[in-house]
Design a protein around this ligand. Structure first.
Ligand SMILES: [Zn+2]
Length: 420
């Protein structure tokens, strides 16, 4: 009998997620839903087409072609659920920002699954919400791993003129579906910090502003409240690594306009995480965060959040470098002085746009005591030389390949921004 009660108790806690906080179980079970065909962050439209074809046979989804890109690639719309709350999510309007596209396919795998502990959540979601997903809104840009569309237009500055077919498609979806919530899914530089800290802004949120005064109406307030909830849930997994994207109003941007057109807008930016250059962990955080928002929307648990909770999230700042080498002895005109050196490891895309190498440069020189590095080393007064032992004066923008030679003659080689 006691055993039976235990069984009932555990069945209850596993099937009934705590309405206030999103269940950690989904985070722990993520690997069951991770789309295996995405192994790196660079992939092409043909990879998306293949996956879409597979999902067309799944009865949980209605999949249609929402339109075509400028270069005639299909842009797909994946619909789930039949409920009154309407959601619209779009990823990769910037072609080289693909983290959320991977996460959307992970979410599709989650939504079509059954027999795990989340059947009641899925059922409720399908009854209470209608969710429309647009994975890879800018397939032409993705094909060349570039931000802009094939017309060399930044789609996120095209919400007024609508020169791009991709822009017209997005505006049309917003105007016809009239979603309650919209999700604008992007990537930001991995070196952005969460406030003045050593922590990267692994995820940044924004309730986009609809005017220059940063006014607050009911539509934007809902974005603020939902983000407060998403932040609290995500802090369980990446404490201190969540930030707020700058809220300056950009009248040509989609996020700002969609907020103005009456859809509560959630901007999610995938930033950096130590030792995750392919953004596989950040993709998981997108998965968790988006599902957490669905949970709070259908349970209306966001409605009591306050603006001050949102404002407690630190702002995006620039206090991070890839590598900082402290206390290097530099020489110029026979004068020796100590300085710190910062290095940026920038990605250089291959000709087929599918891989990259690093092109690392010296990005700053001087007192960097108030800055942080994903990696740091103390040169302890070692001199900077070329490979052939010649002393040189480094300059900002130079390739980050040199040798550090300490007073005892011991050498440390830095090759293309990496310590050997
Ligand atoms: Zn972007």
């Amino acid at each position: 009998m006691i055993k039976y009660f235990y069984f009932l108790f555990f069945a209850f806690i596993s099937c009934t997620p705590n309405a206030q906080q999103f269940p950690k179980e989904i985070y722990l079970a993520y690997d069951n839903y991770k789309e295996p065909s995405f192994k790196v962050k660079r992939f092409k439209h043909s990879d998306v087409v293949q996956l879409i074809e597979k999902h067309k046979t799944i009865p949980d989804f209605i999949i249609t072609e929402a339109g075509k890109s400028f270069e005639d690639r299909s842009i797909y719309q994946v619909k789930f659920g039949k409920g009154p709350v309407k959601l619209l999510l779009w990823s990769q309007m910037h072609g080289n920002e693909a983290t959320a596209t991977m996460a959307l396919f992970d979410i599709f795998n989650f939504l079509k699954a059954s027999g795990d502990n989340f059947d009641s959540f899925r059922k409720e979601l399908a009854e209470k919400a209608t969710i429309n997903f647009i994975p890879m809104l800018n397939p032409d840009g993705a094909e060349k791993w570039q931000r802009r569309t094939a017309q060399e237009i930044d789609m996120n500055r095209d919400a007024l003129r609508l020169v791009c077919p991709e822009s017209r498609l997005l505006k049309n979806l917003q105007q016809t579906l009239k979603p309650d919530f919209g999700y604008n899914l992007h990537d930001q530089d991995h070196r952005i910090s969460a406030g003045v800290s050593k922590n990267p802004a692994t995820i940044s949120f924004l309730a986009s502003a609809y005017d220059h005064e940063l006014s607050m109406n009911g539509v934007r307030k809902r974005s603020v409240q939902l983000i407060s909830k998403m932040n609290k849930d995500l802090q369980q997994f990446i404490p201190g690594q969540i930030a707020r994207y700058p809220d300056d109003h950009e009248p040509r941007a989609f996020g700002d306009n969609i907020q103005k057109w009456g859809t509560s807008l959630i901007l999610i930016e995938s930033g950096g995480y130590k030792n995750d250059p392919e953004k596989m962990y950040i993709r998981k955080l997108n998965f968790v965060s988006i599902l957490s928002s669905f949970h709070h929307i259908i349970h209306k648990t966001y409605t009591k959040e306050t603006h001050s909770e949102y404002e407690k999230i630190p702002e995006n700042k620039n206090f991070l470098h890839d590598l900082i080498i402290r206390n290097v002895a530099l020489t110029a005109n026979n004068t020796t002085y100590k300085a710190d050196i910062a290095i940026s490891r920038n990605e250089l895309t291959s000709d087929d746009f599918l891989t990259y190498t690093y092109k690392s440069v010296i990005s700053d020189i001087g007192d960097l005591s108030t800055y942080y590095g994903f990696e740091e080393m103390d040169a302890k007064g070692a001199a900077i030389t070329l490979q052939n032992d010649t002393i040189f004066t480094p300059k900002v923008g130079m390739p980050a390949s040199f040798v550090l030679k300490d007073l005892g003659g011991k050498k440390t080689v830095v090759n293309n921004g990496f310590k050997e």
